[in-house]
Design a binder for this molecule. Structure first.
Ligand SMILES: NC(=O)c1ccc[n+]([C@@H]2O[C@H](COP(=O)([O-])OP(=O)(O)OC[C@H]3O[C@@H](n4cnc5c(N)ncnc54)[C@H](O)[C@@H]3O)[C@@H](O)[C@H]2O)c1
Length: 311
Protein backbone atom coordinates (compact mmCIF):
# COMPACT_ATOMS: atom_id res chain seq x y z
CA UNK A 1 0.00 0.00 0.00
CA UNK A 2 1.41 3.45 -0.82
CA UNK A 3 1.38 6.21 1.76
CA UNK A 4 -1.22 8.16 -0.32
CA UNK A 5 -3.74 5.43 0.56
CA UNK A 6 -2.94 5.64 4.26
CA UNK A 7 -6.14 5.72 6.32
CA UNK A 8 -6.91 9.21 7.68
CA UNK A 9 -6.21 9.81 11.35
CA UNK A 10 -6.22 12.66 13.81
CA UNK A 11 -2.88 11.49 15.17
CA UNK A 12 0.35 12.63 13.51
CA UNK A 13 1.29 10.19 10.76
CA UNK A 14 2.72 12.25 7.90
CA UNK A 15 4.75 14.77 9.92
CA UNK A 16 7.16 12.27 11.47
CA UNK A 17 10.71 13.65 11.60
CA UNK A 18 14.07 11.93 11.25
CA UNK A 19 15.70 12.22 14.67
CA UNK A 20 18.24 10.78 17.06
CA UNK A 21 18.60 10.90 20.83
CA UNK A 22 21.40 9.90 23.18
CA UNK A 23 21.47 6.08 23.26
CA UNK A 24 19.46 4.67 26.15
CA UNK A 25 18.37 8.14 27.33
CA UNK A 26 15.18 8.83 25.45
CA UNK A 27 13.23 11.96 26.34
CA UNK A 28 9.62 12.54 25.39
CA UNK A 29 10.31 16.28 25.57
CA UNK A 30 12.58 15.95 22.51
CA UNK A 31 10.27 13.81 20.39
CA UNK A 32 9.06 15.56 17.22
CA UNK A 33 6.14 15.63 16.66
CA UNK A 34 5.14 15.18 20.28
CA UNK A 35 3.58 11.85 21.21
CA UNK A 36 0.01 11.65 22.43
CA UNK A 37 -0.46 10.25 25.94
CA UNK A 38 -4.02 11.26 26.81
CA UNK A 39 -6.28 11.78 23.80
CA UNK A 40 -8.42 9.20 22.07
CA UNK A 41 -9.45 9.34 18.42
CA UNK A 42 -13.16 9.78 17.74
CA UNK A 43 -15.03 10.07 14.41
CA UNK A 44 -17.97 12.19 13.34
CA UNK A 45 -21.16 10.33 12.35
CA UNK A 46 -20.36 10.60 8.64
CA UNK A 47 -17.08 8.79 9.23
CA UNK A 48 -15.30 11.69 7.53
CA UNK A 49 -13.49 13.61 10.24
CA UNK A 50 -11.44 12.09 13.00
CA UNK A 51 -10.86 14.25 16.06
CA UNK A 52 -9.10 13.90 19.39
CA UNK A 53 -10.72 14.09 22.80
CA UNK A 54 -9.19 13.85 26.26
CA UNK A 55 -9.52 10.48 28.02
CA UNK A 56 -12.00 10.79 30.85
CA UNK A 57 -11.77 8.49 33.85
CA UNK A 58 -14.82 6.71 35.29
CA UNK A 59 -13.45 5.77 38.71
CA UNK A 60 -12.41 2.30 37.53
CA UNK A 61 -9.31 2.36 39.77
CA UNK A 62 -10.62 4.56 42.55
CA UNK A 63 -8.18 4.77 45.48
CA UNK A 64 -5.93 2.04 44.09
CA UNK A 65 -2.14 2.38 44.15
CA UNK A 66 -0.01 1.47 41.14
CA UNK A 67 3.74 1.06 40.73
CA UNK A 68 4.95 1.53 37.15
CA UNK A 69 8.47 1.02 35.83
CA UNK A 70 9.54 3.27 32.97
CA UNK A 71 6.70 5.58 33.98
CA UNK A 72 8.31 8.89 33.04
CA UNK A 73 7.81 8.67 29.28
CA UNK A 74 6.15 6.88 26.39
CA UNK A 75 3.74 4.07 27.15
CA UNK A 76 4.50 4.08 30.90
CA UNK A 77 3.77 7.81 31.16
CA UNK A 78 0.43 7.35 29.40
CA UNK A 79 -0.48 4.37 31.61
CA UNK A 80 0.30 6.44 34.73
CA UNK A 81 -1.78 9.42 33.62
CA UNK A 82 -4.77 7.30 32.53
CA UNK A 83 -4.67 5.26 35.73
CA UNK A 84 -4.54 8.51 37.74
CA UNK A 85 -7.60 9.75 35.82
CA UNK A 86 -9.28 6.48 36.84
CA UNK A 87 -8.54 7.33 40.49
CA UNK A 88 -5.22 5.62 41.29
CA UNK A 89 -2.16 7.04 43.04
CA UNK A 90 1.00 6.35 41.10
CA UNK A 91 4.62 5.70 41.94
CA UNK A 92 7.00 5.25 39.07
CA UNK A 93 10.58 4.22 38.43
CA UNK A 94 12.81 5.62 35.67
CA UNK A 95 16.42 6.26 34.77
CA UNK A 96 17.75 9.31 36.67
CA UNK A 97 18.84 10.94 33.36
CA UNK A 98 15.16 11.25 32.45
CA UNK A 99 14.19 13.53 35.35
CA UNK A 100 12.80 16.19 33.02
CA UNK A 101 10.17 13.80 31.61
CA UNK A 102 9.43 12.46 35.10
CA UNK A 103 8.58 15.94 36.41
CA UNK A 104 6.17 16.50 33.52
CA UNK A 105 4.44 13.17 34.18
CA UNK A 106 4.19 14.01 37.89
CA UNK A 107 2.38 17.25 36.99
CA UNK A 108 -0.12 15.38 34.83
CA UNK A 109 -0.86 12.81 37.54
CA UNK A 110 -1.37 15.60 40.08
CA UNK A 111 -3.62 17.45 37.62
CA UNK A 112 -5.83 14.36 37.72
CA UNK A 113 -6.12 14.90 41.49
CA UNK A 114 -3.92 11.94 42.49
CA UNK A 115 -0.54 11.57 44.19
CA UNK A 116 2.65 10.87 42.26
CA UNK A 117 5.79 9.47 43.84
CA UNK A 118 8.98 9.50 41.75
CA UNK A 119 11.74 6.91 42.05
CA UNK A 120 14.83 7.55 39.89
CA UNK A 121 16.33 4.06 40.21
CA UNK A 122 18.18 1.68 37.93
CA UNK A 123 16.25 -1.61 38.03
CA UNK A 124 19.15 -3.70 36.74
CA UNK A 125 20.08 -4.06 40.41
CA UNK A 126 17.82 -6.31 42.48
CA UNK A 127 18.46 -4.09 45.52
CA UNK A 128 16.88 -1.21 43.62
CA UNK A 129 13.87 -3.38 42.74
CA UNK A 130 13.43 -4.13 46.45
CA UNK A 131 13.90 -0.43 47.22
CA UNK A 132 11.23 0.56 44.69
CA UNK A 133 8.63 -1.75 46.24
CA UNK A 134 9.60 -0.75 49.82
CA UNK A 135 9.43 2.94 48.99
CA UNK A 136 6.10 2.54 47.21
CA UNK A 137 4.68 0.70 50.26
CA UNK A 138 6.03 3.35 52.62
CA UNK A 139 4.34 6.13 50.64
CA UNK A 140 1.04 4.46 49.69
CA UNK A 141 0.69 1.54 52.14
CA UNK A 142 -0.65 -0.84 49.48
CA UNK A 143 0.06 -2.08 46.00
CA UNK A 144 -2.88 -3.03 43.80
CA UNK A 145 -1.21 -2.78 40.40
CA UNK A 146 2.34 -3.46 39.25
CA UNK A 147 3.19 -2.46 35.69
CA UNK A 148 6.52 -3.97 34.60
CA UNK A 149 7.19 -1.74 31.63
CA UNK A 150 10.80 -0.44 31.60
CA UNK A 151 13.03 -1.77 28.85
CA UNK A 152 16.11 -1.11 26.72
CA UNK A 153 17.13 -2.20 23.24
CA UNK A 154 20.18 -1.91 21.01
CA UNK A 155 20.62 -2.82 17.37
CA UNK A 156 23.19 -5.46 16.36
CA UNK A 157 23.17 -6.70 12.75
CA UNK A 158 25.11 -9.93 13.32
CA UNK A 159 25.48 -12.08 16.41
CA UNK A 160 29.20 -12.46 15.68
CA UNK A 161 29.53 -8.80 16.67
CA UNK A 162 27.17 -8.85 19.63
CA UNK A 163 28.39 -7.29 22.87
CA UNK A 164 27.66 -9.89 25.53
CA UNK A 165 27.62 -7.23 28.24
CA UNK A 166 24.77 -5.52 26.39
CA UNK A 167 22.96 -8.86 26.06
CA UNK A 168 23.22 -9.29 29.83
CA UNK A 169 22.11 -5.71 30.51
CA UNK A 170 19.12 -6.16 28.20
CA UNK A 171 18.06 -9.29 30.07
CA UNK A 172 18.60 -7.62 33.46
CA UNK A 173 16.56 -4.58 32.45
CA UNK A 174 13.76 -6.21 30.50
CA UNK A 175 13.02 -9.53 32.20
CA UNK A 176 15.15 -10.20 35.30
CA UNK A 177 13.83 -6.99 36.88
CA UNK A 178 10.31 -8.40 36.42
CA UNK A 179 11.21 -11.43 38.54
CA UNK A 180 12.59 -9.21 41.30
CA UNK A 181 9.87 -6.55 41.29
CA UNK A 182 7.07 -9.10 41.11
CA UNK A 183 8.66 -11.24 43.86
CA UNK A 184 8.86 -8.24 46.19
CA UNK A 185 5.46 -6.76 45.23
CA UNK A 186 3.30 -9.87 45.22
CA UNK A 187 3.66 -10.48 48.95
CA UNK A 188 1.81 -7.19 49.55
CA UNK A 189 -0.88 -7.88 46.97
CA UNK A 190 -4.42 -8.81 47.94
CA UNK A 191 -7.09 -10.63 45.92
CA UNK A 192 -8.12 -8.43 42.96
CA UNK A 193 -4.61 -7.10 42.41
CA UNK A 194 -2.94 -7.29 39.07
CA UNK A 195 0.46 -7.37 37.36
CA UNK A 196 0.80 -6.15 33.77
CA UNK A 197 3.98 -6.71 31.77
CA UNK A 198 5.10 -4.93 28.61
CA UNK A 199 6.16 -7.41 25.97
CA UNK A 200 6.37 -6.60 22.23
CA UNK A 201 5.52 -7.60 18.70
CA UNK A 202 9.27 -8.42 18.55
CA UNK A 203 8.72 -11.22 21.06
CA UNK A 204 6.37 -12.94 18.61
CA UNK A 205 7.85 -12.18 15.19
CA UNK A 206 11.48 -11.78 16.25
CA UNK A 207 13.47 -8.74 15.11
CA UNK A 208 16.67 -9.82 13.31
CA UNK A 209 18.48 -6.63 14.33
CA UNK A 210 17.57 -7.02 18.01
CA UNK A 211 17.86 -10.71 18.79
CA UNK A 212 18.55 -10.11 22.50
CA UNK A 213 15.64 -7.68 22.94
CA UNK A 214 13.29 -10.00 21.02
CA UNK A 215 14.35 -12.90 23.24
CA UNK A 216 13.55 -10.96 26.42
CA UNK A 217 10.14 -10.06 25.04
CA UNK A 218 9.40 -13.70 24.17
CA UNK A 219 10.43 -14.64 27.70
CA UNK A 220 8.07 -11.99 29.12
CA UNK A 221 5.08 -13.54 27.33
CA UNK A 222 5.89 -16.96 28.79
CA UNK A 223 6.66 -15.46 32.23
CA UNK A 224 3.19 -13.91 32.09
CA UNK A 225 1.42 -17.16 31.18
CA UNK A 226 3.25 -19.29 33.74
CA UNK A 227 2.93 -16.80 36.58
CA UNK A 228 -0.77 -16.27 35.85
CA UNK A 229 -1.42 -19.96 36.52
CA UNK A 230 0.67 -19.87 39.68
CA UNK A 231 -1.00 -16.78 41.13
CA UNK A 232 -4.61 -17.45 40.04
CA UNK A 233 -5.57 -19.21 43.31
CA UNK A 234 -4.53 -16.05 45.18
CA UNK A 235 -6.78 -13.91 42.97
CA UNK A 236 -3.84 -12.01 41.49
CA UNK A 237 -4.16 -11.64 37.74
CA UNK A 238 -1.04 -11.51 35.55
CA UNK A 239 -1.32 -10.20 31.99
CA UNK A 240 0.77 -8.52 29.32
CA UNK A 241 0.45 -6.00 26.53
CA UNK A 242 2.38 -6.44 23.28
CA UNK A 243 2.72 -3.06 21.58
CA UNK A 244 3.55 -2.90 17.88
CA UNK A 245 5.44 0.19 16.69
CA UNK A 246 4.73 3.08 19.02
CA UNK A 247 5.86 6.71 18.83
CA UNK A 248 8.02 6.91 21.96
CA UNK A 249 11.58 8.06 22.81
CA UNK A 250 12.70 4.42 22.97
CA UNK A 251 12.90 4.49 19.17
CA UNK A 252 15.26 7.47 18.53
CA UNK A 253 17.30 6.52 21.62
CA UNK A 254 18.00 3.01 20.32
CA UNK A 255 21.72 2.67 19.68
CA UNK A 256 22.26 1.69 16.05
CA UNK A 257 18.81 2.79 14.87
CA UNK A 258 19.35 5.29 11.99
CA UNK A 259 17.69 8.70 12.50
CA UNK A 260 15.90 8.38 9.12
CA UNK A 261 13.99 5.32 10.36
CA UNK A 262 11.87 7.65 12.48
CA UNK A 263 10.46 9.38 9.39
CA UNK A 264 8.66 6.24 8.23
CA UNK A 265 8.16 4.58 11.60
CA UNK A 266 5.30 2.11 11.41
CA UNK A 267 4.17 3.32 7.99
CA UNK A 268 5.32 0.20 6.14
CA UNK A 269 4.90 -2.57 8.69
CA UNK A 270 1.50 -1.73 10.16
CA UNK A 271 -1.71 -2.01 8.07
CA UNK A 272 -2.85 1.24 9.71
CA UNK A 273 0.27 2.78 8.11
CA UNK A 274 1.40 4.79 11.08
CA UNK A 275 2.98 4.28 14.46
CA UNK A 276 0.63 3.97 17.40
CA UNK A 277 0.49 6.69 20.02
CA UNK A 278 1.25 5.70 23.64
CA UNK A 279 -2.36 6.36 24.68
CA UNK A 280 -3.64 3.85 22.11
CA UNK A 281 -1.94 0.98 23.93
CA UNK A 282 -2.12 2.43 27.46
CA UNK A 283 -5.89 1.88 27.41
CA UNK A 284 -5.23 -1.88 27.37
CA UNK A 285 -3.28 -1.64 30.65
CA UNK A 286 -6.16 0.27 32.25
CA UNK A 287 -8.61 -2.37 31.07
CA UNK A 288 -6.48 -5.24 32.40
CA UNK A 289 -5.97 -3.57 35.80
CA UNK A 290 -9.63 -2.66 36.20
CA UNK A 291 -12.62 -4.78 37.22
CA UNK A 292 -13.44 -4.96 33.48
CA UNK A 293 -10.50 -7.36 33.17
CA UNK A 294 -11.64 -9.75 35.91
CA UNK A 295 -11.74 -12.82 33.62
CA UNK A 296 -8.44 -12.04 31.94
CA UNK A 297 -5.30 -13.68 33.22
CA UNK A 298 -2.28 -15.08 31.41
CA UNK A 299 -3.36 -13.07 28.36
CA UNK A 300 -1.39 -10.86 26.03
CA UNK A 301 -3.29 -7.99 24.40
CA UNK A 302 -1.70 -7.05 21.08
CA UNK A 303 -1.82 -3.35 20.14
CA UNK A 304 -0.09 -3.35 16.78
CA UNK A 305 -2.10 -1.35 14.25
CA UNK A 306 -2.85 -4.63 12.52
CA UNK A 307 0.58 -6.28 12.39
CA UNK A 308 -0.22 -9.95 12.54
CA UNK A 309 1.61 -11.73 15.35
CA UNK A 310 2.99 -15.18 14.66
CA UNK A 311 2.61 -17.73 17.42
N1 LIG B 1 7.87 2.03 21.42
C1 LIG B 1 7.65 0.89 20.80
O1 LIG B 1 7.57 0.83 19.56
C2 LIG B 1 7.47 -0.37 21.58
C3 LIG B 1 7.10 -1.54 20.88
C4 LIG B 1 6.93 -2.72 21.58
C5 LIG B 1 7.14 -2.74 22.94
N2 LIG B 1 7.51 -1.60 23.59
C6 LIG B 1 7.74 -1.72 25.02
O2 LIG B 1 7.05 -0.71 25.73
C7 LIG B 1 7.72 -0.48 26.97
C8 LIG B 1 7.86 1.01 27.20
O3 LIG B 1 8.73 1.58 26.23
P1 LIG B 1 8.42 2.95 25.48
O4 LIG B 1 8.37 2.63 24.05
O5 LIG B 1 7.30 3.62 26.14
O6 LIG B 1 9.79 3.74 25.64
P2 LIG B 1 10.35 4.76 26.74
O7 LIG B 1 11.74 5.04 26.35
O8 LIG B 1 9.43 5.90 26.89
O9 LIG B 1 10.28 3.90 28.05
C9 LIG B 1 11.31 3.05 28.49
C10 LIG B 1 11.47 3.33 29.96
O10 LIG B 1 12.31 2.36 30.56
C11 LIG B 1 13.05 3.02 31.56
N3 LIG B 1 14.26 2.28 31.80
C12 LIG B 1 15.13 1.75 30.88
N4 LIG B 1 16.14 1.14 31.51
C13 LIG B 1 15.91 1.28 32.85
C14 LIG B 1 16.61 0.88 34.01
N5 LIG B 1 17.76 0.19 33.94
N6 LIG B 1 16.11 1.22 35.22
C15 LIG B 1 14.95 1.92 35.32
N7 LIG B 1 14.24 2.30 34.25
C16 LIG B 1 14.72 1.99 33.03
C17 LIG B 1 13.33 4.41 31.02
O11 LIG B 1 13.55 5.33 32.06
C18 LIG B 1 12.07 4.70 30.25
O12 LIG B 1 11.17 5.38 31.05
C19 LIG B 1 9.04 -1.23 26.88
O13 LIG B 1 8.92 -2.44 27.58
C20 LIG B 1 9.18 -1.51 25.40
O14 LIG B 1 9.96 -2.67 25.15
C21 LIG B 1 7.68 -0.43 22.95
Amino acid sequence: MSSSEAPPTAYPSTSLKAQDQAPGKGLDSKLEPAANWTQLEFWDDEGKSPYLKEYEGRGLLKDKAALITGGDSGIGRSVGILMAREGADISFVYLPEEEEDAQQTKKEIEKAGRKAHLMPLDITSRENCQKAVDEHMKVFGKINILVNNAAMQEVCQDIKDIDLDIVEKTFRTNILSMFALTKYAVKHMKRGSSVINSTSVAGYMGNPTMVDYSSTKGAIATFTRALAQQQAPKGIRINAVAPGIIWTPLQPATKGNPAENMEALGTQAAPLQRPGMPVEVAVAYVFLASPMGSYFTGEVIHGTGGIEMQG
